[in-house]
Design a protein around this ligand. Structure first.
Ligand code: NAD
Length: 512
């Protein structure tokens, strides 16, 4: 959230506004600062929606819904195909906005956008995905079928760390299913979502089907209590995910709320340690550790494994190139905000105080010309134990903790005891270990020699334990289920001319 100082009343509306009913709505009223994390300077302001703005978006969505619901799925798919093409043609513009406001390196922004486009590609198959199930002759002259109908107006509330991809986990599929969508992006990097909404409109999407309402907690709370919104998809930190889930469910909505993570990689003694070290570098420090699937704990089985892995990681950390995301030769950009920098630094202090060995300390990093940027060097803790705060809590920064355990069983028990269960992986050459680990571990997404096992668009994304509140995962088949409700129709046409007498027993298929 923005600090109170950064939220002020806009005297004139130069701030980024909202996107409602197929047009930009200028900012009016409260606004917040959006920073360039590489310089630490305010780059622009963004409007903070109030009840009147939300009402405008809801009225637009309500007006658009009946025609959109009745638009044949293949026609919706035509628009999605054009949208995908426009996303590809405008990829440089979108990625420039991501890097300018989030700070991640441009190549990483391209990867994020690519993953979002894959969900659009999946949604292009909506005619196939919405096919119902048919039972002919469910009874004499009776046919029965199930169909998937849209919910109406659905909302998405998204975090700062994937300003294009996470919204695209939600709205392409929701809209393909026939719903109207209201997106509340992160107030820290809202510009990519605004451009994407305009591209969708350019692709032929009717006004009011996709609306972007910028804002903070105030509008989120209005969304949760709003009876015209049938479902809410949320991605963000766990405390807020849990609140959103409880409040939205209490208001009678369908809610899926994806929360935080602490993802462990288990390194077995038989693993190829060069492969593991390279994979861990990307998974721990890519995007400055600000990924919900980032590996933040390396659980090394046997001391010798840990000693060798730490040596390999140290030499790779020394070679890491850190700087502004606009320079594609950099591996890692800045953190999102001054608050995030202070929070991660405070975790580093706690780790040292509680006895972990800080073998790589990124706190002294200075980037010439970017002294005010929110940069922090890659940090590596060894000898981390289960009770330490740096182990228990999600740091969401470039900090990797090494925990030493004697065997696979201890590694798996440790992971299973953790409050989060988003992603995990094992590095091994042994198939039996890999199979046992992936079968038994209490985590939602598992990699075998794959450090970031983010499911592809035709699967679904979600964690276990306190990483997800709700029953259905994001995108893929679960996304279709989340954004539709099943209706089952049983129909008789007396085509044989047969007329039946009144029947008072309960109809069943039993008997002659
Ligand atoms: P956040 O929880 O601070 O914010 C997420 C969204 O909630 C934003 O749109 C924000 O405006 C809104 N929000 C913030 N405070 C609120 C409040 N008190 N009431 C209502 N709404 C509020 O998260 P963030 O810092 O933007 O993102 C980082 C977090 O997101 C990390 O914890 C990360 O693990 C998590 N995340 C999880 C996944 C996943 O798939 N599980 C994916 C990406 C990020």
């Amino acid at each position: 959230m923005n600090s109170p100082e950064s939220v002020a009343v806009a005297k004139q509306s130069s701030a980024l506004g909202h996107y409602i009913d197929g047009a930009v709505v200028p900012a009016n009223g409260r606004h917040a600062d959006v920073f360039d994390p590489a310089t630490g300077q305010v780059a622009r302001q963004v409007a903070m929606a109030d009840a009147a703005v939300l009402e405008q978006a809801l009225e637009a969505a309500q007006a658009a819904f009946p025609a959109w619901r009745d638009t044949p799925p293949q026609k919706r798919a035509h628009i999605l195909f054009r949208f995908k093409q426009l996303l590809e043609e405008n990829a440089d513009r979108i990625c420039a906005l991501i890097t300018a406001e989030h700070g991640k390196v441009l190549d990483d922004a391209r990867g994020e956008l690519g993953r979002g486009i894959e969900v659009v590609e999946y949604a292009c198959g909506i005619s196939e995905l919405l096919k119902g199930e048919h039972s002919k002759n469910a009874g004499p002259g009776i046919d029965s079928w199930s169909e998937l109908q849209p919910l109406g107006i659905v909302a998405g509330i998204t975090p700062f760390n994937f300003p294009a991809m996470v919204p695209m986990w939600m709205f392409p599929l929701a809209i393909a299913c026939g719903n109207c969508f209201l997106l509340k992006p992160s107030e820290r990097d809202p510009s990519a979502a605004m451009l994407i909404a305009q591209l969708f409109r350019e692709a032929g999407l009717p006004g009011g089907v996709f609306n972007v309402v910028n804002g903070d907690r105030e509008v989120v709370e209005l969304i949760l209590d709003e009876p015209r919104i049938a479902a809410v998809s949320f991605v963000g930190s766990t405390a807020i995910a849990e609140t959103i889930y409880r409040r939205g469910s209490a208001a009678g909505k369908r809610v899926q709320a994806l929360g935080g993570a602490k993802n462990h990689a288990v390194i077995m003694p038989d693993a190829d340690l060069d492969i593991a070290a390279n994979a861990l570098m990307g998974a721990a420090y890519g995007s400055c550790g600000e990924r919900c699937m980032a590996i933040s704990v390396a659980v090394c089985v046997e001391d010798q494994t840990a000693d060798q892995l730490v040596a390999k990681l140290k030499s790779r950390i020394n070679e890491l190139k850190i700087g502004p995301g606009t320079d594609v030769s950099n591996d890692m950009g800045p953190l999102i905000s001054r608050d995030a920098l202070a929070r991660v630094r405070s975790y580093l202090e706690q780790g040292v105080e509680q006895g972990a060995s800080l073998v790589c300390d990124g706190r002294e990093l200075k980037i010439p010309g970017h002294e005010e940027g929110f940069f922090l060097g890659a940090c590596l803790f060894d000898d981390v134990t289960e009770q330490m705060t740096v182990y228990q809590e999600e740091i969401f920064g470039p900090v990797l903790c090494v925990v030493r355990v004697p065997d696979l069983e201890s590694a798996m028990d440790l992971i299973d005891r953790h409050q989060y269960g988003n992603g995990t992986c094992v590095f091994t050459r042994d198939g039996e270990t890999a199979r046992f680990f992936s079968d038994a571990i209490q985590v939602g997404m598992v990699g075998v020699n794959v450090a970031l096992p983010v499911p592809i668009a035709s699967q679904s994304f979600g964690g276990w334990k306190r990483s997800l509140f709700g029953d259905l995962y994001a995108y893929g088949p679960d996304g279709v289920r989340f954004y539709t409700r099943r209706k089952t129709i049983t129909q008789r046409w007396p085509s044989s001319g047969r007329r039946e007498r009144a029947q008072f027993s309960f109809p069943s298929g039993q008997g002659s």
